[in-house]
Design a binder for this molecule. Structure first.
Ligand code: DPP
Ligand code: ZN
Length: 878
């Protein structure tokens, strides 16, 4: 299978100035007529003046009915179809191309292009789905205005939607009707959308900063009408935030969101018609927990923000994907931080990043934020492109300061409005407004792997100097060996050990305040701070100012000191994580060596002081009390020992629970509330804290803890509390309690697919050894379907995160996943290539598990593979 290379980029031979589409919808035989107004690209000269440049259009799974140029039907022989494209050898400089194709939405299980979900027609065109709708130059640097007519059955498809504004509608013979939509903003094909079905809407309005009225609609299936309130409120908040923060205003008369049950991704930013996975938009206090409410808010914002960072200014080619995704993730992260607890948002984002993106960057599928080649671009919707890309934008924001960063963003939107551009274009705007040299910074985009920064500090009492030596090194990644030093902004402070306060930082004779950013650019660099009055403990990489692994030989006493004295909330949390990790390391070693585990009293005391002086930020406290996940712990180990990690973490959990039982109980009781549910930061923090405390108490499984958990479940106040309690029961050894609770919940919610997803997940994340049989059993459940990505993720994806059970020594967990990959490879290659990820990480395990995992990868390799799965397997086994 062929790779595409960034270095081969050429502008398209022909561009489209206007696209007219007519869809005659039928479940298995939809007709699509396209009229493309085309012209040769001014930058593309034909090699041969006689024959000109051939016209090549992408297309797959299409049955061509007719093709004409300037009204003249082409005969077989005048064009060629094959290998995913249609070629016409000779065309005029400027022409009208008419095509008619037939497609089969019902046979489309890949969920790319036009397909049906619960009887509803919908589309997903990013990145290359539009070519499954019609023949087209399906690449982001071809931007056209669109006019789309949708024809459908009046009874079964009363609602017909596309991008832009509706301009005409009417009745047709045979009980059919049509609506024509016009989108005046030039857009690439990946932003095209169509929805048709029996849907109902919730409406609202927003007045933009220049006083224009925008109609807001959320379209759902009738039973979900009561689950749209939070998404609508989030949308309005996002619109206002983007005006206030970036000066960006919405640009059409209406903005629509549609909820779809079968969807590969979270959501899609199609111009004026965002399509959402129902899991990323629907909420109700009784069916969605706090985390889902927050996730919905973030995704609604993300898709809305794309209207500027993505749609008005888009990507020249898919190598630039992070141009829109990194920037937009950064925007949605900042939005969520502004409307919720900023410290907790950062803690959550960073703990996820250091677990999952670090693992990606250290594995066989590691790639730069701007990759230089791919086989299947769908495989590159990754944590590196999205989350690491966002960290790079955040670093730019730190390097420039907010005001210059905002000026750079204004310049970018103004200069490139209506264009398809590159990451260099974006960074160049930032350099231009600030005068900063960002040449070295650009290496972050082309160099894969997580830089490791080693820090050593020395206090010179005689001269009152503190010398900080920093060195950096980026390990080799597949295809990239010699790595160059990066420009790393390290935000830091020096905390005085006597005073407990941040000391003034004086560097090269210049006073830099108590919190400063130092720039590490060399492989090794020493920073000498003068006039340091007392011996300090360094607080480094505050707020996680760069996506690196920072090592500093902190003692446990120093960490305990930072845990209470660091002025940076994020680093206080991080000191707690490091302290816990040191204790866990000892316990993991003890487990492996078969010696008795002894709990580190310093950790118990640190937790005790957290519980006794809780401060006023409950949200941060809840994070501080949360142990690092098994996946995060695994990331820190040279070789992953799943059982030792599980045992060590359980030991810490139970030891803390035994020794601090009354404190946890008090926290639990203090946070009980009868207030009606609201997804406010205060309520969310309080519920989180309460449920963290309950989880500690339940780790001992005594009668009181069980009683409280059962009461919480029975009270049924909201899904946050219900799900927390049900999970604790289902994950306990008390099968006699777990089974009836799961059964009752399953019966109560059988009608609600999103709640049943949670029910599947709770069961397959149990630590008990019977889980594999349960997964198999649940795969036969009438509500499970391999064709629904949410179900696959809830059952199979969640099971693969159940570390002790997925990594069973008999290899049955791996085998089950491989079987699923093989089946999905046929049905939905995009999901198959995502779900396979845990198998590709075999290098991190012991020899026995490595062999088992590789054997399953080999078994998959022997199949006839989609490009998606092929690329993943080849990289994993390379
Ligand atoms: N472009 C989409 C998004 O990230 C793809 N899921 O919002
Ligand atoms: Zn996005």
């Amino acid at each position: 299978m062929q790779a595409t290379y960034l270095k081969d980029y050429l502008p398209p031979a022909y561009r489209v100035t206007h696209t007219e589409l007519t869809f005659d919808l039928a479940p298995s035989a939809t007709r699509v007529k396209a009229r493309l107004h085309m012209e040769r690209h001014p930058d593309r000269e034909p090699d041969d003046k006689e024959t000109g440049l051939p016209l090549e259009l992408a297309g797959g799974e299409l049955e061509l009915i007719r093709i004409a140029i300037d009204g003249q039907t082409l005969e077989p022989g005048e064009f060629e179809v094959g290998d995913g494209k249609l070629t016409v050898a000779t065309v005029p400089e400027r022409f009208l191309l008419d095509t008619e194709v037939e497609i089969d939405p019902d046979a489309n299980t890949a969920l790319e292009g036009l397909y049906r979900s619960n009887g509803m027609f919908c589309t997903q065109c990013e990145p290359e789905g539009f070519r499954r709708i019609t023949y087209y130059p399906d690449r982001p640097d071809v931007m056209a205005t669109f006019s789309t007519t949708v024809i459908g059955d009046r009874d079964s498809l009363p609602v017909l939607l596309s991008n832009g504004n509706p301009v005409e509608k009417g009745e047709l013979p045979n009980n059919r009707h049509f609506v024509t939509w016009e989108d005046p903003h030039p857009k690439p094909s990946y932003l095209f959308a169509l929805v048709a079905g029996s849907l109902e809407k919730v409406e609202d309005h927003y007045t933009t900063m220049s006083g224009r009225d925008v109609l807001l609609q959320i379209w759902v299936e009738p039973e979900n009408l009561d689950k749209t309130e939070h998404a609508m409120a989030s949308l309005k908040r996002s619109m206002q935030w983007d005006e206030e923060t970036y000066g960006r205003e919405y640009d059409l008369d209406r903005f629509m969101i549609v909820a779809v049950n079968d969807f590969n991704m979270g959501a899609m930013e199609n111009k004026g018609l965002n399509i959402f996975n129902s899991a990323a938009v629907l909420t109700h206090p009784q069916t969605a927990n706090d985390a889902t409410f927050q996730r919905v808010e973030g995704i609604v914002a993300h898709e809305y923000f794309h209207n500027w960072s993505g749609n008005r200014v888009t990507c020249r080619d898919w190598f630039q994907l992070s141009l829109k995704e990194g920037f937009t993730v950064f925007r949605d992260q900042t939005f969520s931080a502004d409307v919720n607890s900023a410290a907790v948002k950062r803690i959550e984002d960073v703990s996820f990043f250091r677990t999952a993106q670090f693992a990606e960057d250290a594995g066989p599928t590691a790639h730069p934020v701007r990759p230089d080649h791919y086989i299947e671009i769908s495989n590159f919707y990754t944590l590196t492109i999205y989350e690491k890309g966002a960290e790079l934008v955040r670093m730019l924001r730190h390097l420039l300061g907010w005001e210059d960063f905002r000026r750079g963003s204004d310049l970018y939107f103004e200069r490139f409005d209506g264009q398809a551009v590159t990451i260099e274009d974006f960074v160049a705007c930032m350099a231009e407004v600030s005068g900063l040299d960002l040449e070295q910074f650009l290496r972050w985009y082309s160099q894969a792997g997580t830089p490791e920064v080693d820090a050593h500090g020395e206090y010179d009492y005689a001269n009152c100097e503190y010398r900080l030596r920093l060195s950096q090194r980026t390990p080799a990644t597949p295809g990239q060996t010699g790595k160059l030093p990066l420009h790393i902004p390290v935000r830091m402070g020096l905390v005085g050990t006597k005073s407990g306060h941040d000391l003034t930082l004086t560097l090269d004779g210049e006073k830099r305040g108590k919190d400063a950013v130092i720039h590490l650019r060399e492989a090794e660099q020493t920073f000498v701070f003068t006039d340091v009055e007392e011996a300090p403990v360094p607080s480094l990489l505050r707020g996680f100012s760069a996506p690196v692994k920072l090592r500093y030989p902190y003692s446990r006493e120093e960490l305990a000191f930072l845990l209470t004295h660091d002025s940076d909330g994020f680093n206080r949390w991080d000191a707690g994580q490091r302290l816990t990790m040191l204790a866990l390391d000892d316990l993991i070693a003890a487990h492996r060596n078969g010696v008795e585990k002894v709990m580190d009293v310093r950790l118990v005391e640190a937790y005790r002081s957290l519980l006794n002086e809780p401060g006023d930020d409950k949200a941060v406290l809840a994070e501080m009390l949360t142990l690092p996940s098994e996946a995060y712990i695994a990331e820190q180990q040279p070789m992953v020992d799943v059982d030792a990690i599980h045992a060590a973490r359980e030991f810490v959990r139970q030891s803390l629970a035994w020794q601090l039982r009354d404190d946890f109980l008090a926290i639990y009781r203090d946070n009980l509330s009868d207030e009606p549910y609201a997804p406010t930061p205060e309520q969310i923090a309080s519920r989180r804290l309460k449920n963290v405390a309950l989880a500690y108490l339940m780790s001992i499984e005594d009668d009181e803890a069980i009683g409280l958990t059962q009461q919480q479940l029975e009270r049924g106040a909201n899904m946050t509390d219900v799900r927390a309690a049900l999970t604790l029961l289902a994950h306990s050894d008390r099968t006699d309690l777990a089974e009836p609770a799961l059964k009752a919940f399953g019966e109560k919610w059988a009608h609600d697919p999103l709640v049943m997803d949670q029910w599947f997940t709770i069961q397959v994340t149990r630590p008990q050894a019977d889980v594999l049989d349960r997964v198999r059993f649940l795969m036969g459940h009438p509500l499970f379907s391999m064709k629904n990505p949410n179900k696959v993720r809830a059952l199979i994806g969640a099971f693969a995160q159940n570390r002790v059970n997925f990594h069973r020594l008999d290899g049955e967990g791996y085998k089950l996943l491989a079987d699923v990959v093989i089946e999905l490879n046929r049905l939905n290659p995009e999901i198959a290539a995502r779900i396979i990820t845990p198998l590709t990480r075999w290098q991190r395990f012991d020899e026995q598990r490595q062999a088992l995992m590789k054997a399953e990868l080999e078994r998959i390799r022997a199949e006839k593979l989609s490009p998606n799965v092929y690329e993943m397997v080849e990289r994993a086994l390379a």
